[in-house]
Design a protein around this ligand. Sequence first.
Ligand SMILES: [Zn+2]
Ligand SMILES: [Zn+2]
Length: 244
Amino acid sequence: MKLHILGCGDAFGSGGRNQSAYLVDASDRLFLLDCGPTSLLAMKKLGVDSGNLDVIFLSHLHGDHFGGLPFFFIEYLYEKTREKPLHVAGPAGTEEKVYGLFDLMYGKSNKAGDLPTACFHVLHPGSKTTIEGIEVFPFRVPHQVNEVSLALRVSYNGKQILFSGDSAWTDAFLEHARGVDVFICECTYYDRETSNHMSYLQLKEQLPRLSCSRIILTHMGSDMLARSSEISCAMAQDGMLVEI
Ligand SMILES: [Zn+2]
Ligand SMILES: [Zn+2]
């Protein structure tokens, strides 16, 4: 299974990095974890056919994590006819927000009803589900107060990836990272302590407690990037390939 880091930037595109998107190529399945605005662009740079995308899993509905979906829809409408539906799975409200965003961006002459078929799935925190043979276990993480933000543990063909989405530290990561092949963990700040994002110094204290094969930091803000020589963990780069 190949994990392509399409976008490891934060909401501000710090360091000129693309926004959140992780492409998993499992030979007979192609799926995305998050779909930031730069996702289709990054997929084309990589030379991967967007028509083969089976599922898009969304951690939460902030623009840097789901704002790329209308570009896929417009691509499928004009450039690449889909023969099978695109599956989109995210927290409650995903379907309304995605179509609402599409309408804002392209709605004057293109209505959601003209779009290729998309099958929307609501991910309920704590409830495992399987979409196109890909098992996903979503759990709620501390990032938003009223809206739901999820971390996603996905399993396919015996391989497991945990993706934190956007989140402050929570001990739930200890349980759900156990045994995974790779933990893609957001680390927005170096030392700033907040209730909605991780800081490296906080995470560093937790590293001995984590029992995953590998951890890769992502969603790094400007202070994290400026202090990259002080970071002892692997840091994601756009275009990086991780073999799982
Ligand atoms: Zn974000
Ligand atoms: Zn966010």
